[in-house]
Write a protein that binds this ligand. Structure first.
Ligand SMILES: [Zn+2]
Length: 405
């Protein structure tokens, strides 16, 4: 088996750790930020530039690639990494998030700020609803052409095996913080039953495709903001074994209250085995990184750094700003002072300002390179601080400066 995880360093006062994930396509030093390439492309950026900005792995989306160009085609091309010219490690998510988002009508449900509202109607039947969950799986309409499709745990596993990423995620039911306690409870139970079916299908597909490199499968833990549900879900998935197959790692998923992120992550980590990596889905804000790493998260992914870059929002150690605004028109300095990215080494804010105003495609490319470099470097620096014993000092210094603006 060519997937493994070694913990190399630990924090003394909390479950935080540094380590190395080994995959058939190379290693990932953790904690690490995984750059998102939803449709087998990091939008606007050449794969060589993604490598140069320090990305160790890329995460693509099973739902989008299943609809277009089709996972069978990517299988035929030799798998996701070969198809997109990314020879290093790859991840795919299960498609559950995208499919279920169609149903809930929510664009952003992770790390959401709650209004204290709870109502299952947000995912109830409705004219505009595009996805329907039942015990066996989810029926949904394609966002591309409105055609009906069906995802089940078995379908998701087949698609992800065809995509061929090194790390895959089990098909889970997404809920939002708006759902009632009762719905969260039945959702956790359903996600557990789906997890068992994913393990069974994964074991079978691994046997059928024994000539391919081993693909690791992570179980996804739900349970929203409830301690007993989070713990029960984590324990259940940690103990689960089907057909000799166990989860190789765990995805910490679902809606998380931002202000309690560290606490909620802590409940799950407490129930999980030490020797399996933990991936926190959909997180990229600096304070969330520190809180999660402190509590034992190993990897992250998020579309946010590249998405906001395409809207001219630039991350720096002094906070986020918009390079589109008039004050940067004659600003002949880099996007971020001291940044080592390709964009900051060669271009000025004034040039980026011009590109955005002129609607030049290069604006997205250069801004994305900077924001992805900022995010990858931040998590790399957190790792370095953890290894050298300076985690808390680095956290206080970084967050103090970033949020002081
Ligand atoms: Zn830069």
């Amino acid at each position: 088996m060519s997937f493994s995880f070694d913990v190399t360093h630990r924090l003394e006062t909390s479950p935080g750790r540094a380590g190395v994930i080994h995959t058939p396509h190379g290693s990932i030093e953790t904690p690490a930020f995984i750059v998102v390439g939803t449709k087998a492309s990091v939008k606007a950026v050449l794969p060589e530039a993604v490598r140069d900005l320090g990305a160790q792995a890329v995460l693509a989306n099973a739902y989008h690639l299943y609809l277009q160009p089709g996972s069978d085609l990517i299988d035929e091309a030799g798998g996701l990494g070969r198809f997109m010219n990314w020879p290093m490690p790859t991840f795919t998510d299960s498609g559950g998030f995208q499919v279920m988002s169609l149903g809930a009508g929510f664009k952003k449900v992770l790390a959401m700020d709650t209004a204290g509202l709870q109502n299952d109607d947000v995912i109830a039947e409705g004219k505009t609803r595009m996805a329907h969950v039942d015990e066996d799986g989810v029926t949904f309409k394609s966002h591309l052409d409105g055609d009906r499709h069906r995802f089940t745990p078995e379908v998701s596993m087949r698609i992800q095996h065809e995509l061929g990423a090194d790390i895959m995620f089990a098909f889970d039911e997404l809920t939002t913080l708006m759902n009632t306690r009762g719905y969260q409870e039945s959702s956790v139970e359903r996600t557990h039953r789906w997890a068992a079916r994913c393990l069974g299908a994964h074991a079978e597909l691994t046997r059928q495709r024994a000539d391919k490199p081993y693909q690791a499968l992570f179980g996804v833990i739900q349970g929203a903001q409830y301690e007993d549900l989070r713990r029960r879900a984590a324990r259940g998935l940690a103990e689960l074994e089907v057909d000799g197959q166990r989860f190789d790692g765990f995805g910490l998923g679902g809606a998380l209250e931002k202000e309690n992120l560290g606490t909620i992550v802590g409940w799950m980590v407490d129930e999980l085995p030490e020797d399996r990596p933990r991936h926190l889905l959909g997180i990229s804000e600096p304070d969330d990184f520190f809180a999660a790493v402190e509590m034992g998260v190993d990897t992250f992914d998020c579309v946010n750094p590249s998405r906001v870059a395409r809207n001219a929002a630039i991350y720096t150690a002094d906070g986020r700003y918009n390079v589109n605004t008039a004050r940067h028109r004659r600003s002949f300095i880099p996007l971020e002072d001291g940044c080592d990215c390709y964009t900051c080494l060669h271009y000025t804010r004034a040039y980026l300002h011009h590109l955005f105003k002129a609607k030049e495609m290069l604006a997205s490319t250069l801004a994305t390179i900077h924001n992805e470099r900022f995010t990858v470097r931040l998590v790399d620096n957190i790792r370095a601080a953890l290894v050298s014993g300076d985690f808390h000092a680095y956290r206080d210094e970084f967050l103090g400066r970033f949020y002081s603006a």
